[in-house]
Design a protein around this ligand. Sequence first.
Ligand SMILES: [Zn+2]
Length: 136
Amino acid sequence: MLSEEEIDTLRNKSIESLSMSYSPYSKFRVGCAILTESGAIVQGANVENASYGAGVCAERATICTAVNQGHTRFKAIAIASDLKDEFITPCGICRQFIREFGKDTPIYMFKNGVEGTFHMTLSQLLPHSFGPEQLN
Ligand SMILES: [Zn+2]
């Protein structure tokens, strides 16, 4: 369970991360902030490519940064977009990518400039998932 302060931090950092987005084609910015078990915040955003399919979502870009910095245990993952009417949710590929690092990871979703949050665990977003345990 996150504190209100941690949720506020994730909100602010995920929205702040929108400015890091490289999305010249879709103009669809997604920001991500990960709170690691050690208390660090890792930020990232989506990175598009002229070869559209080569683009990387904010969640995967940020997880790669976190893992490369030595963080593999996440207390929560937050994402934000400029959508005003609905909360951004992780795409299917990102749900599987997050799954690698924990099936009960809380995912907090935010709207830029609109109050409120929506949160679910990874296992709610990706039930009956395949993960590292199956390979042991
Ligand atoms: Zn994605």
